[in-house]
Ligand binder design. Structure first.
Ligand SMILES: CC(C)(COP(=O)(O)OP(=O)(O)OC[C@H]1O[C@@H](n2cnc3c(N)ncnc32)[C@H](O)[C@@H]1OP(=O)(O)O)[C@@H](O)C(=O)NCCC(=O)NCCS
Length: 186
């Protein structure tokens, strides 16, 4: 379990499949994510998340909970080399699936908690994510928690039938430590 100020993060489990299915089939939620044309079956959800739960991929998936209620999830993908050794990079991706819970600071808090986990527990050197360039809300939240824009990833994804650009955004360890030092002084 990872604790934020407003949210708690816990690994997803099989009981979460129905709500995950609901979220990733909500057009409002996936309009900057998989895309509205990629609606997912219950089987797809089971196959996709089962391997993560069983630890068969480099990703973990954490449910974001507020007062015990799931509102979304965060992927944490550990980048490894050919010897299956961690190479210092952790990629994050977040989705707050309950769209009536947007704008309440939960995404910000969940990311802060996960960034702390990545640097302090996973010992990351770099934490990064790649939002769609037009996902202004997500980019705003990412900058708020310390991610810096590195550059444009041209035609990085095929999204709703079109090649679209994404942004590479990252925080490196020394930047994280500076923000942590500042907080310690307050
Ligand atoms: C992006 C997302 C994770 C943000 O989570 P959230 O809980 O709504 O975020 P918060 O409430 O912590 O913060 C929202 C911030 O965005 C701002 N915001 C809201 N709409 C905005 C917009 N259209 N443009 C710019 N900023 C916007 C809010 O003002 C707030 O910033 P502030 O605290 O400085 O005022 C969530 O909206 C989501 O899951 N969206 C759908 C999936 C998605 O896009 N995931 C990201 C994939 S890269």
């Amino acid at each position: 379990m990872i604790k934020g100020k407003k949210v708690v993060l816990r690994p997803i489990n099989k009981q979460d499949f129905p709500i995950l299915h609901q979220w990733i089939n909500n057009p409002a939620v996936v309009s900057f994510w998989y895309g509205k044309d990629k609606l997912r079956s219950k089987k797809w959800v089971k196959d996709h998340f089962d391997v993560i739960i069983k630890g068969r991929t480099n990703s973990s998936c954490w449910m974001v909970e507020v007062k015990g209620q799931p509102i979304g999830f965060i992927y944490n993908n550990v980048n490894k080399d050919d010897d299956k050794k961690f190479i210092g990079r952790v990629e994050l991706d977040i989705l707050i699936g309950e769209d009536n819970q947007w704008g309440k600071g939960y995404g910000t808090d969940a990311l802060k908690a996960m960034i702390k986990y990545a640097f302090e527990i996973q010992r990351a050197q770099r934490v990064y994510l790649t939002p769609h360039i037009k996902n202004i809300r997500a980019i705003h939240v990412y900058q708020k928690v310390g991610f810096k824009k590195e550059g444009v990833l041209r035609h990085f994804e095929k999204f709703e039938g079109q090649w679209i650009d994404c942004l590479m955004m990252s925080i490196i360890k020394k930047e994280y430590e500076k923000t942590k030092d500042k907080k310690d002084q307050l």
